[in-house]
Design a protein. Structure first.
Length: 76
């Protein structure tokens, strides 16, 4: 989880993501940040995030993003 938070802080410096229940709705992640984050996650965690996985439910919270990463790692 700490690796993910570090990546997120690189994409959006100065933002505290922990504990937020709607990163997209609160404007902490916009479409450009999500695309950037997807690339960083793929590189860092050695997973492939398909366009089907890039939906608000998977990026709403830090926990949701981490669950996506975990699921993709298990599928490999």
């Amino acid at each position: 989880m700490e690796e993910l938070l570090a990546l997120m802080r690189e994409v959006k410096p100065g933002v505290t993501f922990e504990g937020d229940d709607d990163l997209i709705g609160h404007g902490l992640l916009d479409s450009i940040a999500i695309v950037t984050l997807v690339g960083e996650i793929c590189d860092e965690f050695d997973v492939e995030i398909s366009p089907v996985d890039v939906v608000p439910e998977n990026f709403k919270t830090v926990e949701a993003i981490y669950a996506l990463i975990t699921r993709l790692q298990e599928d490999n």
